[in-house]
Design a protein around this ligand. Structure first.
Ligand code: EGU
Length: 454
């Protein structure tokens, strides 16, 4: 892509390496037959929508997204409990990865100063000279030199490789012990098999399944489970046995045959978290999206954070008159703390969910969040609300969350102390009649029994 500016005399040539939500046999999604591995749908929330708005695509994408106003928690006994994401109008969208890609490519093509090359694999590049070598499908090579390289080539970025050879480049990558597998839930009698406008969740501690709706009335179910457990299941009967034990309500919905077929279609996919710093080399190269910060999917923010990178970069480009030597360091300075914060949050949520999140705990925690938010909307904002429905900088959201937790804990402590002191005072002032106490204890027991059966 070429970029002309008012301030700079010569047009700058920029190479965007990658830059689609792609990872399949051919980068051109419009010609790709199968999309291997990668998830089919994504949760689009505020940050991602704002970025799409900047390029005039929000309406187009939202029109083909399915709103999810609440989570639907599936208990082991088949009970379903909705928990809203927020107020009316606060919802996330299930969007189709392939469609998003198609629209982004089509929009990019409309710029006269862009040229797209598909099926060019970055083999190597030189950080000193900026010379890149690409391999085409037929094995031929092409060498290109540009003013700026933008590495948008995903978690296993070839652009990032050259950063690793440099001094004072921080890099960490962590594979989590869990893998994921996608299973399709087909429509039943031409209709969605479950309520469509929800993010369905089956929290089972170390195992978890979620399901997002698609426009064709299917659901894509994603099963998260430790690799060692995936490997223990080797036959169709074992698949059914496993689902009977943990996700019994899904067997009739997915269908035993489909389940057995889908389970063995692809091996479980790995999930990796990547953090690095800085995101740039001089004025010549910059990383964005998963290439800069791959996150585990447990906050639904991977695409949203990557899209937000673009807004932040664009704002800094305006601020510094597109002077790459000023823009790139500023982008690193501003963006690294936020991307690291969301990477940590996603990892934290993974650890918390696998440690002790069953359906009761999940429901309880989200109820408490929502109730506090309802009564003190200015003081206690749930973390996921700040992350999902605002553009509060990720690291600010984390800071505020820590502060809120302190306030909540103090509040709880004070109430507890107050209750004990107040109760003691009342008991001493008005000693209760022992007979009345027993009667009310019986009543209390009835209430407890009633609660249990709720
Ligand atoms: C995982 C895989 C529920 C799509 C985190 C919530 C996700 C998504 C949650 C995937 C969960 C987990 C949040 C959203 C979203 C919840 C969120 C997770 C979309 C804390 C296609 N997560 N996901 N949190 O709050 O903020 O509903 O594959 F199960 S959307 Cl793990 Cl908001």
């Amino acid at each position: 892509m070429e970029k002309s500016t008012s301030r700079q005399s010569r047009k700058k040539v920029v190479a965007v390496v990658g830059g689609g939500l792609v990872r399949q046999e051919t980068q051109n999604i419009r010609r790709a037959k199968i999309v291997k591995g990668r998830s089919i749908n994504l949760a689009l929330s505020h940050r991602g929508r704002q970025a799409l708005k900047h390029v005039g695509l929000e309406e187009k994408i939202v029109a083909k997204g399915i709103p999810m106003h609440a989570r639907m928690i599936h208990s082991l006994n088949g009970k379903q409990s909705p928990i809203p994401y927020g107020r009316k109008g606060q919802y996330i969208l299930s969007v189709d990865r392939a469609n998003l890609n198609k629209e982004l490519l089509t929009a990019a093509e409309t710029y006269p100063n862009t040229k797209m090359n598909f099926d060019h694999k970055l083999q190597d590049w030189n950080a000193e000279t900026g010379l890149m070598t690409f391999a085409r499908l037929d094995g031929s090579k092409e060498q290109v030199k540009t003013d700026l390289i933008v590495g948008c080539d995903g978690a296993f970025s070839a652009v990032r490789k050259q950063f690793l050879r440099r001094s004072r480049f921080d890099y960490s990558q962590t594979y989590i012990p869990h893998g994921y597998m996608e299973l399709t839930m087909l429509p039943i009698n031409g209709e969605f098999a479950m309520k469509p406008n929800y993010l369905h969740i089956w929290p089972r501690n170390t195992f978890m399944m979620i399901a997002l709706p698609n426009l064709d009335k299917t659901f894509t179910c994603t099963l998260f489970m430790p690799f060692e457990d995936f490997e223990k299941i080797t036959t169709g009967d074992e698949v059914i046995e496993f689902f009977q034990k943990y996700f019994p309500d899904t067997i009739p919905l997915i269908g035993a045959d489909t389940l057995q077929r889908d389970y063995f279609r692809l091996p479980a996919q790995a999930m990796v978290s990547v953090k690095c710093n800085p995101y740039h080399i001089g004025d010549a190269c910059v990383l964005m999206g998963d290439a800069a910060h791959a996150v585990v999917p447990f906050y639904g923010q991977g695409m949203n954070a990557g899209f937000e990178d673009c807004i932040v970069f664009d704002e800094i480009m305006d601020q510094f008159n597109e002077d790459f030597s000023a823009v790139l360091p500023e982008y690193t300075r501003v963006r690294v703390p936020d991307d690291h914060a969301i990477a940590d949050l996603a990892m934290y949520n993974y650890i918390e969910m696998r440690a002790h999140v069953n359906s009761k705990w999940f429901l309880f925690r989200k109820y408490v969040d929502n109730i506090l938010y309802f009564f003190m909307p200015k003081t206690i904002i749930p973390l996921y609300t700040m992350v999902t429905f605002t553009r509060t900088r990720y690291h600010e959201a984390v800071k505020r969350w820590h502060w809120q937790n302190k306030v909540i804990n103090r509040g709880l402590l004070l109430s507890a102390v107050g209750a004990v002191l107040g109760g003691s005072y009342l008991l001493i002032k008005n000693p209760p009649d022992i007979n009345k106490l027993i009667v009310s204890a019986e009543k209390m027991w009835d209430r407890l029994v009633a609660l249990r059966t709720l």
